[in-house]
Design a protein around this ligand. Structure first.
Ligand SMILES: Nc1ncnc2c1ncn2[C@@H]1O[C@H](COP(=O)(O)OP(=O)(O)OP(=O)(O)O)[C@@H](O)[C@H]1O
Length: 512
């Protein structure tokens, strides 16, 4: 006799949620069985986070039914969700830097510290997520911080774990480790809802996928039987745009780092050692490498947030700019466009409208000022153009930044810098958090800038991306920069070896 199919752990029926300008979820049905790893995918703004927040009790649906383990109920708060056995790991961590791992976990789990220490050790070892409960959070890498969040969930023995883009900040090794943990959890019967824009990962990890488009379910699939292209088609309802980099001769030197050495302000940061690099107009140079190898320090030096000991450590269009801060660089009109890694907080102010956010970095350019006066109409027009060109899903330029979905705000911030038409553009992790279609749009915008003669420097952890858009690639490993070689001469294997810090190979035929 065949065993009956397992009853759904969670069933959603007709879940709807309307915001003033958009129906974020429109009659969504979704079932997830015990032990199932289920992907939720869709374009930026398709309604994924809204749906997860409804399941976790952060947001109340306007209509629809939630059936949890056979019981129809309303999940009115995250604490109720946790009591039911639902855990959620958010994209943005909510840990206190000055507290230890155990103290942070104790904030949401009511248990004596000593007991908690033992339990954290036990659970983290069992699931292959090693953690020292006594470590202060500020000394942890991003991957370790995420472990804290996961272990915090695991201590509550969840029967459904929701993960919202968990791998955007993880190294490839950490991703493999996370997947092993998730498979093990699923093997023990825990259901997992997994949101990601990384189609390869979805195909490797998940056995079912629900695709959302414009707030509705547009399809279901077994991602293991699909290709990246077919999944992308289900998401965007058409073909994925391609991008091509036609060869062109580089122009004049625009950005130069000359033997830059720099200590880190962060006690756990990485000092830069003798970094030299030249970026010319009309080329895209990529810096590969895993975050934590000096990327933050390099970005701080490029933006002017960290001033250099020597003015000529960094030059922009021939001007020694190492001792200038960000506003001095702007005032001198050095033509630097800059997109930081931490876009929320540094790149945009959530409580302000998109128009006001455009004004933040655009004030002195794009004709937004007339003498000391802000030209409101110009600001709004500029913000409208960014929204249109970068297909930002927002009702209009008055929308508050915080009302946008994560990926749409990313598109707006990158679009704003691109449209300010800089002569040198530095962008970190250009496609973090954006969907596959938007990623191609952003890559094409960067290629378009390069074709128009802009010097573009891209810092990215995604090798595929760098191979797609860069004329030359260098690797930042442990604070040292490899030579920048022509992408045509680079291979994934070589770049991988360079990431370990050994730049000896192939050095000989590479121009200094
Ligand atoms: N608090 C809010 N106020 C107004 N609109 C909102 C709010 N939260 C979400 N929305 C809107 O609901 C829609 C769905 O957003 P949601 O965050 O669920 O998308 P998503 O699929 O998770 O996108 P992403 O991949 O970019 O994270 C978007 O159009 C968004 O602007």
């Amino acid at each position: 006799m065949n065993a009956p199919p397992p009853a759904a752990r969670l069933s959603l029926r007709g879940i709807s949620k309307r915001y003033p300008s958009v129906i974020a979820n429109d009659a969504i049905d979704l079932d997830i069985a015990p032990g199932e790893i289920h992907a939720v995918l869709g374009e930026n703004g398709a309604g994924k986070s809204t749906l997860m927040k409804i399941i976790y009790g952060v947001t109340r649906p306007d209509a629809g039914e939630i059936v949890w383990e056979g019981r129809k109920l309303a999940i009115s708060s995250p604490s109720m969700a946790r009591e039911l056995g639902i855990g959620m790991v958010f994209q943005h961590f909510s840990l206190f830097e000055t507290l230890t791992v155990a103290e942070n976990i104790a904030l949401s789990i009511d248990r004596p510290q000593a007991e908690l220490h033992d339990e954290i050790r036990e659970v983290s070892t069992r699931y292959g997520l090693p953690l020292d409960p006594a470590r202060l959070v500020h000394s942890l890498s991003v991957g370790e911080r995420q472990r804290v969040e996961i272990v915090r969930c695991l201590l509550q023995k969840p029967r459904l774990l929701i993960m919202d883009e968990p791998t955007s900040v993880l190294t490839p090794q950490a991703v493999q480790q996370l997947f092993a943990t998730l498979r093990r959890l699923a093997g023990e019967g825990c259901s997992i809802l997994y949101i990601s824009h990384k189609l390869d990962e979805i195909r490797a990890l998940c056995e079912r996928a629900t695709v959302l488009r414009g707030g509705r379910v547009s399809g279901e699939a077994d991602p293991r039987l699909e290709s990246n292209d077919s999944l992308a088609r289900m998401m965007i309802g058409g073909e994925l745009p391609a991008c091509t980099l036609n060869p062109q001769a580089p122009g004049e030197l625009r950005l130069a780092l000359n033997g830059l050495s720099l200590t880190s302000d962060d006690p756990f940061g990485t000092a830069l050692q003798d970094v030299s690099l030249a970026v010319h107009g009309g080329e895209i140079v990529g810096i590969a490498g895993i975050s934590g190898n000096g990327q933050q320090e390099l970005l701080a030096a490029l933006s002017g947030e960290k001033k250099l000991a020597r003015a000529d450590g960094l030059s922009l269009r021939g001007v020694a700019a190492g001792k200038l801060g960000p506003s001095a660089r702007r005032a001198l009109g050095l033509g630097l466009g800059f997109v930081p890694e931490e876009r929320l907080g540094r790149g945009a102010v959530p409580e302000m409208s998109l128009a006001d956010n455009a004004l933040l970095t655009g004030a002195t350019r794009a004709g937004m000022l007339k003498g000391p006066w802000i030209q409101r109409s110009k600001v709004r027009e500029f913000a409208r153009e960014v929204i249109a060109r970068f297909k930002v899903k927002a009702p209009d330029e008055d929308a508050l930044a915080q009302s946008l979905s994560g990926g749409n705000l990313q598109k707006f911030i990158i679009g704003r810098e691109v449209m300010l038409a800089p002569e040198v553009m530095v962008v970190a992790q250009p496609t973090w958090g954006v969907d596959v279609g938007a990623a191609m749009l952003i890559r094409n915008a960067l290629i378009d800038m390069r074709n128009r003669g802009v010097a573009v420097l891209v810092i990215s952890e995604e090798l595929d991306e760098l191979f797609m858009i860069c004329d030359r690639i260098a690797v930042l490993a442990d604070g040292r920069l490899s030579p920048a070689i022509a992408t045509a001469d680079a291979s994934v294997e070589l770049i991988g070896r360079w990431m370990s810090g050994d730049f000896s190979e192939k050095d000989s035929h590479v121009p200094a």
